[in-house]
Design a protein around this ligand. Structure first.
Ligand SMILES: Nc1ncnc2c1ncn2[C@@H]1O[C@H](COP(=O)(O)OP(=O)(O)OP(=O)(O)O)[C@@H](O)[C@H]1O
Length: 227
């Protein structure tokens, strides 16, 4: 199992008491499958993603990535594990304005010490996967919103992660482009074998997900498998 959250509880300070953002959450995501997590604003989706990304340590419970219990790691070990195994796609693509599409991807790999040549080869491969091989030399302002989000999905895959975490990727897109981006997330999940969790408040376009879980008041409800 690529990503396992076991009995995760997370609270935040709230005046004199504590607010429970995640309540005994249990989630197992195998490689090559896409779990969509839906829920209204304030239900705990961002908290769930931040815990799965190992950016926040839960009060109790464990987060296991690629077989490693991350709650036992030091800060340095955690940073290394995160860089090696977790890809994140944010609501906004956050591309660097001066870099071309292929360079946005290349910098990720060069930070990790891969040679420019290897990095460029992998970057071109991934741009092809997301349907942007012909736009590799374009800068963000020369791309549409949907294309920029595609670049950010390809960028998240540059370190060949085990786990892909996607936060409301369609919030800035119209209906058609939103649907295309979700189809793409499902496609790369299956093709690259990553364990993907996608959170959204919007239930439309989720047909490509392998399952849809629902979070309400910090509790995660997962339907029994149908396929
Ligand atoms: N840093 C924080 N400090 C205190 N409370 C927080 C903090 N972050 C989130 N919360 C609270 O925790 C609960 C869950 O928030 P969270 O952001 O995870 O929900 P969400 O489903 O992602 O909402 P949205 O869709 O609006 O982003 C909410 O009640 C929120 O107000």
């Amino acid at each position: 199992m690529s990503l396992v959250l076991a009995d995760v509880t997370l609270t935040y300070p709230d005046g004199g008491t504590r607010l429970t953002a995640l309540d005994q959450v249990r989630l197992e995501v195998p490689g090559g499958s896409l779990t969509a997590v839906v829920g209204p604003s304030g239900s705990g989706k961002s908290s769930l993603l931040a815990v799965a990304a190992t950016l926040i340590t839960p009060d109790t419970g464990t987060v296991t990535v690629d077989g490693q219990d991350t709650t036992r790691l030091t800060r340095g070990e955690l940073t290394a594990l995160r860089r090696r195994t977790i890809g994140i796609v944010f609501q906004q693509p956050n591309l660097l304005p001066s870099l071309t599409a292929v360079e946005q991807l290349q910098v990720m790999a060069q930070i990790d010490g891969r040679s420019p040549r290897t990095a460029r080869g992998r970057a071109m491969e991934l741009l092809d996967t997301v349907g942007l091989a012909g736009q590799a030399g374009r800068r963000p302002h020369q791309l549409s919103g949907g294309q920029r989000q595609r670049v950010s999905i390809a960028r998240a895959l540059m370190n060949d992660p085990t786990v892909l975490l996607v936060d409301e990727p369609t919030s800035a897109l119209d209906h058609e482009r939103g649907a295309a981006v979700l189809d793409l997330v499902a496609h790369v999940t299956h093709q690259q074998g990553v364990a993907t969790v996608l959170v959204t408040h919007d239930r439309t376009h989720l047909t490509a997900a392998d399952r849809i879980a629902e979070v309400r008041d910090g509790r995660l409800h997962i339907p029994a498998p149908t396929r």
